[in-house]
Every structure is written in structure tokens, then in C-alpha cells.
Design a protein around this ligand. Structure first.
Ligand code: DMJ
Length: 470
């Protein structure tokens, strides 16, 4: 056979294999009726929780499900639950509920409020939620709201390093708070990039990227970063290096923004950073793969305390093609979950004891199981999410909705349903169980860190270069 024919034949075989694999990952479940039932169960429970929010907390930030009341983050509400809930309700086909939120946002929501908002949190939830609402609804008035909100955030970036301050006043633009962690410093390129793309104004992406580069440029000689920084002096306030809560989404956005917009500078930073993570942070302990804490300058281990937020890592590893580590690390989180039937917020893997015993309906382990189920087609990950859903129903379900748990050992409940339960946790469960039947194309989407979906095919990479200014 000629060289050309051999090449063509192997190409054909690879394409056939890839296409079979993709079909498999859509249809791979032998229990489709059971999965459809579970998907419907998630929809029903979402609707039940949403109705509870409407009845007891409408207009406010979050539902307090035990006292049947509400909680606001600040002295005035910012309507965070509905903005976070929109994309989940939309994907579930709950269009009347989604439309009601869209109408409220356009007709009644006003961000001219004299409150100091935490820039990191409102970026991923409010700006991310509004941008995704614009993408799904196509309503230009929603984009106006998103831009208005981002313009109110922008003064925070006006610092010596370009890393934003912790709070910004939405009315006056006065920003305060010089000490921020790395996630609060460098989780902006994705939302700001989307906004620059839609508005053709590069200033948003430029601000987000400058903050990210300010972190990267302060890496140590061994290529690690600390976890807390002074936004004016640029000095590290804490030199502990890790991927846990307080750092996590900095890494997530290096890779996701590179994938979405094609900014190769971010791609290179991800490639370089991941080497240091595997070299210094990864630790095999009693047959499990953990990512612990070290000193950024020496690489010496400082702690074996991890957080449940770190379970985002298998998802991003899998997305970047590192399946072996992704599967390995997900097994670790699955093991931890099954020690308690829920995950503790903080856990010391060498002392084998919870450091922070609460579980606040967080999504990360479910997100990673969903990614791995889609990307490998292996039903092990579907089974994981079935178990997580059963446990959450068992321990977190209340008369009207779902609530956080104060202690994973006693299962004592708290009176708070976080907004990301709507945005992320319920969405990842639904997408997993409806995988064989829904029209959602995972491969064409990237989720922001709050699980708001954005279409990859909506971005033209050449245009992105111009509109984002890289
Ligand atoms: C979410 O608000 C986001 O995913 C954030 O990046 C960190 N984790 C919380 C939920 O656990």
C-alpha cells in the first residue's frame, strides 16, 4: 500500500473511532429510562426550590429555607439568585420562569445602589449571569444591563498593579480593600472577554488580563505563585501556593479564556503553570492523588488541608486532555464524599479529619463527574452523580427547597441556600442525567466558573483578537 493510502486509511479509522466515542458518550447509558426519570426529578426539585424562592424571597439575594425567609448580601438586594438561576431554568426548558427573570432584569433592576459589592463574587454571578442571559435570550437590553454593571465594577481595577480592590461601591465607584486572594485577583478574563466581544470595546478584557498577568508576573523562581496579594504594592501577603479555594478559578480562567478566545499568551501561562502544579503541589498519599499546599519559593510542603472547591480540578484537567490525572483526582474526591455522604468544606488528608465540617451545596465534584462522563463516556461518573444526588436529597432537602449542612458528620442543617445551587449544582445534575436526550452540545460550550454557559462557535477567533485587543 502506498504511503498516502496508509495515511488515508489510518485517518479514516481515527475519525470512525472518534465519532463512535462521541456517539457512545451521548448514548452510553444502559439505563436511559432511569436517567430520564432522574433528569425529571432534578427539574421538579429545581421548580420546587424556585417556587419557594419566589414565595419567600422574591426580590432578594438568597432563600433561607428553614426559616422560610430571605437573606441579602448587602443593605440593598442585588437579585443574585434569579440572575444565577436563569441559565439553569433556560436549559431545563422552564421558559416561563426564565422569561419572568429576563423581564424583571430589563424592567426593574437598577444597579445604582450605594453599596460596596465584592468584585469577585458579583463578576462571576451577576456579570456572568447577565452575559449568559444575553446570549440565550438575544435581548439587547440585557446586554445594556451587563455593560452598565461592568462599568460600575471598572473603577476597582484602577490600582498600581491592575489587580482590582476587594470592594467597589456601585453608585460612587469608590473602591476599597487592598488585600485580595488570587481568585479575587485573576478571575475576570472570561466575563470581561465576553463583554469586550459583544460590545467591541477591548477595555474590559484588557483590565481582566492585566490583573491576571500581574499575578503571573510575580511568580517565584520555581514558577509558583502565592495566594494573597496587596493590590497596590504587588507584594505577596501570603506565600502559600495551592489550587484550593482562594486560588482555584485563576487557573480555571487561564485555560478557559485561552480556549474561548484563542489568546495564546494565556495558553502559554496555563501550560507553564500546570508543570509547577504537578511538580510541587501534587502528592500521592495512601494511594490517592491530592494537591496540597507548599511555599511558593522553596516548594516545601506547608499543609495537607484541601477544600471541596478543589474538585473543580478534574474537570479542567479533563478539558485540557489530561484524562489520567483527571480520573485519578476525581476518584480521590469521590472517596472523600463517601466517607461522609457529603463533602466537608475543608479536609486534612494526612490527619484524615475535616478541617471545616460544613457542606454548602457546592457543585465542584458534580461538575467534574459531568465533564468526565461526557468526555470519557464511562458510566462510573454517571453513577457518581447519581449517588451525590441521592445524598443531597437525603441530607439537604427541606420542606420547601434545599439547604446547607453545618457539619457533614452530624448532618445538622443551616438556614441558607446559596445562589450557586441554582446556577451550578442543579444544572450539572440535570445535564448529566439528561445527557442522552438533551440538545445541549457540551463540546460547543464553555461554562464560566459559576456554570453560566457560552457558545464556543459564537466566537470568531480573528474577530476576538481585534475586539479584545490581544
Ligand atoms: C462558585 O461560586 C464558583 O464556582 C466559584 O468559582 C467557587 N465555588 C463556588 C461554589 O462552590
Amino acid at each position: 500500500m502506498s504511503m498516502m493510502k496508509t495515511l488515508l486509511l489510518s485517518l479514516l479509522i481515527s475519525l470512525t473511532l472518534i465519532s463512535c466515542q462521541n456517539k457512545d458518550s451521548k448514548k452510553n447509558s444502559t439505563d436511559q429510562p432511569e436517567n430520564s426519570q432522574l433528569a425529571q426529578d432534578v427539574v421538579n426539585e429545581t421548580l420546587r426550590s424556585w417556587k419557594a424562592y419566589k414565595e419567600y424571597a422574591w426580590g432578594h439575594d438568597a432563600l433561607a429555607p428553614l426559616s422560610k425567609s430571605f437573606t441579602d448580601w448587602y443593605s440593598e438586594p442585588l437579585y443574585i439568585s434569579p440572575i444565577d438561576a436563569y441559565s439553569t431554568l433556560y436549559l431545563m426548558g422552564l421558559m416561563d420562569e426564565a422569561k419572568e427573570i429576563e423581564n424583571y432584569v430589563v424592567d426593574s433592576l437598577n444597579f445604582d445602589k450605594n453599596i460596596d459589592a465584592k468584585i469577585f463574587e458579583v463578576n462571576i454571578r451577576i456579570l456572568g449571569g447577565l452575559l449568559s442571559m444575553y446570549e440565550l435570550s438575544g435581548n439587547p437590553k440585557v446586554l445594556d444591563k451587563a455593560r452598565d454593571f461592568a462599568d460600575r465594577m471598572m473603577p476597582a481595577f484602577n490600582t498600581k498593579t491592575g489587580v482590582p480592590k476587594y470592594w467597589v461601591n456601585l453608585k460612587t465607584g469608590i473602591a476599597r480593600g487592598d488585600t485580595v486572594n488570587v481568585a479575587e485577583a485573576g478571575t475576570y478574563t472570561f466575563e470581561m472577554g465576553m463583554l469586550s466581544y459583544y460590545t467591541q470595546d477591548p477595555k474590559y478584557y484588557q483590565a481582566g488580563k492585566k490583573a491576571t498577568l500581574a499575578i503571573y508576573n510575580r511568580r517565584s523562581d520555581i514558577g509558583l505563585i502565592g495566594d494573597v496579594i496587596d493590590v497596590e504594592t504587588g507584594e505577596w501577603v501570603s506565600e502559600t501556593s495551592h489550587i484550593c479555594a482562594g486560588v482555584d478559578s485563576y487557573y480555571e480562567y487561564l485555560y478557559k479564556s485561552y480556549l474561548m478566545f484563542g489568546d495564546s499568551e494565556l495558553g502559554k501561562i496555563w501550560d507553564e503553570s500546570i508543570i509547577g502544579i504537578h511538580q510541587y503541589l501534587a502528592e500521592e498519599f495512601e494511594g490517592k492523588l491530592w494537591y496540597g499546599r507548599v511555599n511558593m519559593n522553596t516548594g516545601e510542603r506547608t499543609s495537607s488541608v484541601v477544600t471541596l472547591y478543589d474538585a473543580f480540578f478534574p474537570a479542567i484537567l479533563a478539558l485540557s486532555g489530561d484524562m489520567e490525572r483527571a480520573k485519578n483526582n476525581q476518584q480521590t474526591w469521590n472517596w472523600l464524599w463517601n466517607q461522609y455522604g457529603l463533602e466537608p468544606s475543608g479536609y486534612d488528608y494526612k490527619k484524615a479529619t475535616p478541617k471545616y465540617p460544613s457542606y454548602n451545596l457546592n457543585p465542584e465534584i458534580i461538575e467534574s463527574a459531568y465533564y468526565l462522563f461526557h468526555l470519557t463516556g464511562d458510566t462510573t461518573y454517571l453513577s457518581m452523580n447519581k449517588k451525590f444526588w441521592a445524598d443531597i436529597k437525603k441530607y439537604c432537602r427541606t420542606e420547601i427547597a434545599y439547604t446547607s449542612v453545618a457539619n457533614v458528620e452530624t448532618k445538622e442543617q443551616k438556614d441558607y441556600m446559596p445562589t450557586f445551587f441554582f446556577a451550578e449544582t442543579l444544572k450539572y445534575f440535570y445535564l448529566t442525567f439528561s445527557h442522552h436526550q438533551n440538545n445541549f452540545n457540551f463540546d460547543d460550550h464553555i461554562f464560566n466558573t459559576e456554570a453560566h454557559p457560552f457558545r464556543r462557535s459564537g466566537i470568531d477567533k480573528t474577530e476576538a483578537k481585534m475586539r479584545l485587543g490581544f
